[in-house]
Design a protein around this ligand. Structure first.
Ligand code: HEM
Length: 157
């Protein structure tokens, strides 16, 4: 087994954990909290569960990024970023950059505080907004996954 195969396996494992977790939060956790948990208890419960996943997702994004750039270097694939038909390369990096910014910069600096204050004042509207943002991020992530699997196995768009 060569090093690119190992990097690919690590890449996919990290993506499964990370995007799978985003699916769980978007499609199960947020709708259940909004439907079944009283507004007064919702924030504390969400922060406890999502905070735990957020820490794990940081590790997954690092593994996905390192393995992704390693494969790009080893496959000598940097020129792909100049080819629009290989849009899925850009999509992967864009998804990675958005989550890296949110997890490592926005959340610790201001997003967590903003969410906590707004959800304490106006839980219904804030949870709806956060849910919609998760739906957008999940959709873009799944499009990147589908594009990357098809594209890296020879499908030309
Ligand atoms: C820094 C960010 C990233 C870089 C540089 C990167 C780079 C790569 C490279 C070079 C490949 C191998 C392509 C080939 O074999 O021709 C790959 C595969 C793949 N990547 Fe990424 N990637 C990144 C982030 C992501 C993200 C965020 C996702 C998910 C949304 C993702 C999903 C995938 C998938 C599903 C494959 C295909 C695996 C397979 O079927 O063999 N990657 N990536």
């Amino acid at each position: 087994m060569d090093d690119i195969a190992i990097a690919r396996a690590l890449h996919v494992l990290a993506i499964v954990h990370w995007i799978g977790g985003v699916s769980m939060v978007t499609l199960v956790l947020l709708p259940s909290l909004m439907r079944s948990v009283p507004a007064a208890d919702r924030l504390a419960l969400f922060e406890r569960i999502e905070g735990r996943f957020g820490k794990q997702a940081r590790v997954s994004t690092i593994i996905a990024g390192v393995s992704g750039f390693y494969m790009t270097e080893k496959l000598d694939a940097w020129d792909r970023f100049g080819d629009p038909s290989l849009w899925w390369m850009h999509a992967m990096v864009a998804v990675w950059a958005i989550f890296t910014f949110v997890l490592f910069v926005a959340e610790p600096l201001f997003l967590h505080r903003w969410f906590h204050e707004r959800a304490s004042r106006e839980p219904e509207g804030t949870f709806q907004l956060v849910w919609r943002m998760h739906i957008v991020l999940l959709s873009v992530s799944l499009a990147a996954v589908a594009g990357a699997v098809l594209g890296s196995h020879g499908v030309v768009f």
